[in-house]
Design a binder for this molecule. Structure first.
Ligand SMILES: Nc1ncnc2c1ncn2[C@@H]1O[C@H](COP(=O)(O)OP(=O)(O)OP(=O)(O)O)[C@@H](O)[C@H]1O
Length: 416
């Protein structure tokens, strides 16, 4: 077998129970024993096949409940498939559920040894790389504290550091990096790239399709436990995003054009998309919609949510006239989650400086369902932003800069 991971017609069935399933024997006796039995069985995963060669990375995308984690768990040997089989070549490093594998009452130091040995290293091998694990995890100060006192980010760092130091030939990563801070995330991604170069086969699950597209050689898209598409990242991610967009379009109710407080006309399915369960009532660019390059910009988004909406996502992007996205951010990318909202509210994005080169730009603003399934309200190219720059008109960026000419060079020039 030349492939490191071979998955053949894999299937997993789970049971669904009564929502009022009794929790105790007494409740069962009173409400009827039948309620203890599952109502039905369903396939969380069916007929999934693929292979990953050494040194290749497969990304798995799909909505919540699509079966991504179930698939990765089966590959990692957690649970048994009801159909099909998995074959792996070499040592497996698995980063499945956060905290799984960590022993909360043991210290970080003890956990390094336990997890290292469980992963297949000898005690001596763990001792040899112990310093490097602790250094990578940046946990030297806390290594003798019990893991139950660690934050989720610290747990992730410890588990990741151990997994990558066991020299795995197969690495399984399930939405793991999202709990780490940005600088640690990039360190992990660098390490993943190194492992890949050394021939490790990697499966990577992430809700960030941009990241999957950037990092992976192949992408597999799951919907309701089945493979929808598999292939080149650009193609599969493109199809997936198109489906998300069409879901938003289907949910967009027809409405006559509407004027915002700022006098901008919003036309459904032209510059406005979304279910409108939450509406963006006004967007203000402050101090003005015409700025000098390097000025600060605040984007105030006023919204109205007649009903209670659970943890919506807010996103803002700035693109130029050619549609190139120059800046894109959202609340969950900064690991913030808004609580549930209802009624009127305002949220502000502050940019300390906007180093764009001179030209015409647009600020696109959106409020999305908590799992990004569709947009509640998305205003596309409705808010114009003009950047005035005396220095540079070409290129996207115009950060503060200066030329320096060494003294020796100046003297030479004078002699000439
Ligand atoms: N132990 C279990 N018992 C019953 N159902 C389960 C079990 N584990 C998962 N499921 C169900 O299987 C389906 C797939 O779940 P899974 O966690 O694999 O999805 P996912 O794509 O990883 O979702 P997410 O993106 O939210 O993590 C879901 O409907 C889930 O409720």
């Amino acid at each position: 077998m030349t492939e490191s991971i071979v998955v053949q017609r894999l299937g997993k069935r789970f049971s669904q129970y009564h929502c009022d399933r009794p929790n105790t024997i007494m409740e069962a006796a009173l409400s009827g024993w039948r309620r203890l039995k599952p109502v039905e069985h369903f396939w969380a995963l069916r007929d999934v096949s693929f292979m990953v060669a050494p040194g290749k990375m497969l990304g798995i995308i799909g909505r919540n409940g699509a079966g991504k984690s179930t698939l990765l768990r089966l590959i990692g040997g957690v649970g048994r498939p009801d159909e099909g089989k998995v074959r792996l070549k070499g040592r497996v490093g698995a980063l499945l559920d956060l905290g799984a594998g960590l022993h909360y009452d043991l210290t970080g130091r003890e956990n390094v040894f336990v997890c290292g040995v469980v992963a297949g290293l000898t005690r001596r091998e763990v001792a040899q790389c112990f310093g490097s694990i602790v250094e990578f995890a940046e946990l030297a100060e806390f290594i003798d504290n019990p893991v139950r006192t660690y934050s989720t980010g610290m747990q992730m760092r410890l588990a990741f550091a151990v997994a990558v130091h066991t020299q795995p030939q197969v690495l399984l990563v399930d939405e793991f990096l999202s709990v780490g801070d940005l600088s640690f995330q990039s360190k992990c991604l660098e390490r993943i790239a190194q492992l890949k170069e050394q021939g490790c086969a990697i499966i990577y699950i992430s809700h960030s399709v941009e990241q999957v597209q950037e990092l992976c050689d192949q992408v597999l898209w799951l919907r309701k436990g089945q493979v929808v598409a598999q292939g080149e990242p650009e193609v599969v991610v493109g199809q997936y995003l198109a489906e998300m967009r069409s879901e938003t379009q289907e949910r967009t109710p027809l409405r006559p054009p509407q004027l915002t407080k700022a006098g901008i006309e919003l036309r459904v399915n032209e510059n406005r998309f979304g279910s409108l369960e939450v509406e963006i009532t006004n967007v203000r660019l402050l101090p003005a919609s015409k700025l000098h390059s390097g000025d600060a910009l605040s984007i105030e988004i006023e919204y109205l949510s007649p009903q209670l909406i659970h943890a919506p996502n807010f996103g803002v992007s700035i693109s130029n006239e050619d549609g190139e996205v120059c800046f894109d951010t959202n609340i969950s990318a900064r690991e913030l989650a808004l609580p549930s909202i209802q009624g009127q509210g305002k949220i502000t994005l502050r940019l300390d400086r906007l180093d764009l080169s001179g030209g015409q730009y647009f600020v696109d603003v959106g409020i999305y369902e908590t799992q990004w399934d569709y947009a509640y309200d998305y205003h596309w190219h409705a808010y114009s932003l003009v950047i005035d720059s005396m220095i540079q008109k070409r290129g996207l960026l115009c950060p503060p800069h200066r030329w320096e000419i060494s003294k020796a060079q100046m003297t030479m020039l004078k002699r000439l």
